[in-house]
Write a protein that binds this ligand. Sequence first.
Ligand SMILES: Cc1cc2nc3c(=O)[nH]c(=O)nc-3n(C[C@H](O)[C@H](O)[C@H](O)COP(=O)(O)OP(=O)(O)OC[C@H]3O[C@@H](n4cnc5c(N)ncnc54)[C@H](O)[C@@H]3O)c2cc1C
Length: 430
Amino acid sequence: MTRLTYPHYDDRCGFNALLPPRSPRPCAQGDIAADYAVIGAGYTGLTAARRLGQLQPDARIVLIEATEVGEGSSGRNSGFASPRDLPAGATASDRERAETLNRFTEEGWAWLMEQVEAHKIDCALQASGRIKAAATALGAEQVHALHRAVQAAGLPHQFLDQAALEERIGTSYYQCGLYTHEGFLLDPAALIRGLAEALPPNVTLYEKTPLLSMQRKGQWYLETPSAQITAPTVIMATNAAIRHFGYLRDRLVTIYTYAALTDPLGLADAAQLGSMPVWGLLPSHRLGTTVRRFGPDRLMVRSLYAHERPVPFEDVKATLLSCFHRRYPALRHIGLEHVWGGTTALTLNGAPWWGRVAEGLYTSAGCNGAGIVKGSVLGKRLAEHSAGHGSQQDVTASWGTAKWVAPEPFRSIGFNFIAARERRLAGLET
Ligand SMILES: Cc1cc2nc3c(=O)[nH]c(=O)nc-3n(C[C@H](O)[C@H](O)[C@H](O)COP(=O)(O)OP(=O)(O)OC[C@H]3O[C@@H](n4cnc5c(N)ncnc54)[C@H](O)[C@@H]3O)c2cc1C
């Protein structure tokens, strides 16, 4: 049996399933010589391939994707994206740090928007702002701390008490929330499909083409099930899956998390979702549940975290249904039409691993759950770096770099201990 070198999912991504059928590009066959090989067609890989295509219009660039575009995590996420992040605290240094990173995220966002506009990518993009909400006293403290930080930064916002929140989103589940204007909601599967269609002519995308092994003998030799690709330079944009090839095992951790879309709601039920036609709500605890409206008649819920191994499907379904029904008890007759999981790569200190890993091998990994915009800018900068523009320091001086993580079994013991403690603290935020 072939070794599995990429995240494999038994379930279909709900956002992708709701889009019209799409035929994947053919898989790679035979001997292929390229100047650059990019592995993984998520936000990081598509951006890197596109940027290389722009910088070197005569170069042959090959992009391989193990699954189909839209079925990787880049299509499986919740679709929250923001050109700017809020400061983590109320001090001047918190604001300065946020500003430094925001210069990068603004670059990533501008890059994405340029393509969305130029190629008319219909990805249900909406300037929604976002709500950070609390269902517990501890969560409320977090919301108040964020309130102080946005006040200190002079950012527009609205503090919402329980009644104000219920009026806007149709549930009295939360004690309070903070609405800030930064932030967009989009259909991630539609966006990633659109980006794949917009690649420059010198980039060839192959789907259903997992990289199985790689070795360097003067240049890189890449084995896939039915092709051998040679290239002097490889960009690994597989997030934590780079560990299958022996790299960054002591820096990256794979976390599974899960999402679901409800059945479509009838008019009367949809009217119970509050006065805001578009909203996205983030929990005040990191293990909490994300909720958003999707289109006029559905909700999406995202919850659950598991370390390295997927959660059994029936448990996922029951948990997500409970998250939805606890928040909307009047909609207990509504079920979940699509339930799916995805992976994200975490690092101990939240910084990505970015840059040159070995001769002719570059990677950006460790999205820490926010890769739509981050993947876009880090993929773009990685392409520039691999093509001789800019240095590793340009990025790592601002973002830092992923810290060492203990090997197994200490890693799992540590994760399970922290997760159990955090779940207790999260309480009703889950
Ligand atoms: C349920 C969920 C909700 C999330 N919500 C959000 C959100 O709201 N906003 C946000 O910004 N982020 C969110 N994220 C995180 C986001 O999806 C990731 O940060 C993003 O997908 C990272 O992009 P990437 O291109 O670096 O990696 P990926 O999207 O993981 O892309 C890597 C690609 O490489 C391919 N690959 C892997 N191994 C191989 C191989 N051996 N050969 C060939 N191809 C390979 C994979 O199939 C995949 O398509 C969420 C994630 C999940 C799972």
